[in-house]
Design a protein around this ligand. Sequence first.
Ligand SMILES: C[S@@+](CC[C@H](N)C(=O)[O-])C[C@H]1O[C@@H](n2cnc3c(N)ncnc32)[C@H](O)[C@@H]1O
Length: 192
Amino acid sequence: MDEYADGEVGAHTFPVERAGDLEDPTRFRFCSREELLETLGPTPESAVADLGSGTGFYTRELAPFVGTIYAVDSQPGMHEQFRDLGVPTNVEFVTANVSSLPFAEDHLDGAFSTMTHHEYADPQSFATLARVIRPGGRLVTVDWSADGDGNDGPPCSERLTAEDTCAALEAVGFETVDVRRRPETFLVVSRR
Ligand SMILES: C[S@@+](CC[C@H](N)C(=O)[O-])C[C@H]1O[C@@H](n2cnc3c(N)ncnc32)[C@H](O)[C@@H]1O
């Protein structure tokens, strides 16, 4: 993403060459399936999107609990890696940038992103999310925190805080309903 200087938020997209790292099961120490289910609160009929789904590490975990789950990623190579690992029948691949999601207005009952918000954090992406998530639908954002120590994940200069995230989402009409701060990550639950 050329418009961002190295070391700034949005400077890097996670490279396909390192996709294997996303399948490391120790990553559950930063965000668990249980936590995503509790905060997103899907039903078996829900249409939800995993924003920046990568290899599907969390998409596969949530798939049994929803109606349809859209695996959204801007890099076709990530979808190829996901396909090689096996795809639940209710997963639909969407190759798109979060800033231009090809969904109708209010199409989604909810959406979540794990460790990706800092890669798509721009006003156009937030406005798009406000357009495609239905009123009352939830957006769960789990990401590396700028308040962390930087021992895992991207450099702290490329991260945001929970406060930054709440403010950006509130600016496009989301209401913040829960904020959880941990040593290295944050979780923000927003309601459209
Ligand atoms: C750090 S990886 C995390 C993948 C997955 N969420 C996980 O936790 O395993 C970030 C992913 O988001 C995708 N991505 C980055 N910016 C994006 C954007 N603007 N729109 C859609 N996908 C994006 C990257 O291609 C990459 O697959």
